[in-house]
Design a protein around this ligand. Structure first.
Ligand SMILES: [Zn+2]
Length: 206
């Protein structure tokens, strides 16, 4: 008699990583390619999105290790970019907007990105002449960043949200669109009574 032995189950192949995964605040989009043999490619789309191309049959654990390495590198680059170039870019943008919308008359001491401002996209202390912009805006469209800068610059002239204030801001033609965009991100309130004016007695920080 012929008896079949117990069937040996084939080892289950490990589940491949999903096509998108989140590492920290970075979304990693994975594309599998049959043409790729060994190397894994990575491309920074923006500071919160990384595209990865991987060979089709790559073991998930190996891919995951590679992705963690890419993300780490990307975070280091991002930090450097924000610290050393973005504030210069911000200053230049503010100067350009000052010329375009305020006749170049405004003066301020500093404008910089900060990472500790989560609820507000920008803030201004007219007395100190300091403007702070949330680094959440480093990857929003330019017209949104420009709106927030114009808004905070206008506070150097008018330290409230009166109609006179909005008259200055609305000279920037994309104001309505930008406010809609920020409301979508839940960063701008409809009543526009956001408390982005720093009281002079407030400590540094947020
Ligand atoms: Zn304001």
């Amino acid at each position: 008699m012929y008896e079949a032995g117990p069937s040996v189950p084939k080892p289950a192949s490990p589940t491949p990583l999903p096509s998108a995964l989140t590492v920290g605040d970075i979304t990693v989009q994975i594309t599998y390619s049959a043409r790729r043999k060994k190397t894994i490619g990575a491309k920074i789309v923006n500071w919160t999105t990384l595209e990865v191309q991987a060979p089709a049959g790559i073991p998930p654990a190996e891919l995951r290790t590679a992705i963690d390495g890419f993300v780490k590198q990307m975070c280091q680059q991002r930090q450097t970019a924000r610290r050393f170039s973005s504030d210069d870019v911000l200053e230049q943008r503010a100067q350009r907007l000052n010329r375009e919308y305020f006749g170049g008359k405004l003066r301020w001491r500093s404008i910089r990105f900060v990472s500790n401002q989560h609820r507000r996209v920008g803030s201004c202390s007219p007395a100190r002449g300091t403007i702070r912009i949330s680094d959440r805006l480093t990857d929003t469209p330019d017209f949104v960043l420009d709106y927030v800068i114009v808004h905070e610059l206008a506070h150097l002239l008018v330290a409230n949200h009166s109609p006179a204030f909005w008259k200055h801001v609305y000279r920037y033609s994309k104001t309505e669109r930008a406010r809609g965009f920020l409301m979508g991100m839940q960063l701008e309130r409809e009543d526009a009574d956001s408390d982005d004016l720093e009281d002079d007695t407030m400590p540094e920080g947020e």
